[in-house]
Design a protein around this ligand. Sequence first.
Ligand code: HEC
Length: 231
Amino acid sequence: MISIPRPLIYIGGVLASLLLIPPFAIGWIRETQSTGRPVHIFWDMDMQPKFKAQAPSDLFADTRAARPIVPGTVAVGEADLDPHWSEGVTANGDWAISLPAQFKDVDKNALLARGQERFNIYCAVCHGYAGYGDGMVNRRAQALMDNADGPPNDTSWVPAKSLHDPTVRPQPIGQIYYTVKHGVRTMAGYGSQVPVEDRWAIAAYVKALQLSQDASLQDVPPDRRAGLKKP
Ligand code: HEC
């Protein structure tokens, strides 16, 4: 049998117990609270000099660190140089009656399919899938307003307009686009949730939806008219 010299066994025992110190130290540091700054081995950009939002600064006369946007500032990619594309109006300020040039080569069926999908997500809740203003939100609000069994309800609700209303049906596609982006009267705009391409897709779908409820025989290609029955 190999005999290990006693001093080596002692040294080994001491080393083994020293190894226990780091886990205990880590456990202790994790469990105790300290107001001091934690040991920060990799600084990266964690402690760079900066002003936090709403912090004061002596650098400016108004002592605010947060600076207002310089008038005329345009974020990258946000320059509205094409009013047809971004606002749905032509150069002379009329509502656009067509899709912007950016859609020249677009697959119209794909555009309408996208518009239908987005409409069903963003608009149908109020306007209803067919656009008659009978979406779930609208029905629920009406029920709350009527509140037949309960106490009087101090609330008011402007019903979502039917998209087949005589005042909405003749609206050019540019005006529908504008309503989607900015909202109208009590309807909030969807400009911040729905990107430009999708706003146009929705507007195109709304026009198709309107046509679907107000088409005449002349709108049907002659070779398809034969099989049609009067509803
Ligand atoms: C939260 C409910 C709600 C949602 C969601 C909503 N709308 Fe509306 N919308 C309204 C209401 C309410 C009105 C009527 C506003 C008024 O008359 O004050 C309205 C009116 C309209 C009108 C008529 C504008 C006019 O000139 O009279 C159009 C077009 C329209 N919405 C399109 C849309 C489209 C497209 C979407 C989806 C992007 C959408 N709405 C989403 C509530 C909604």
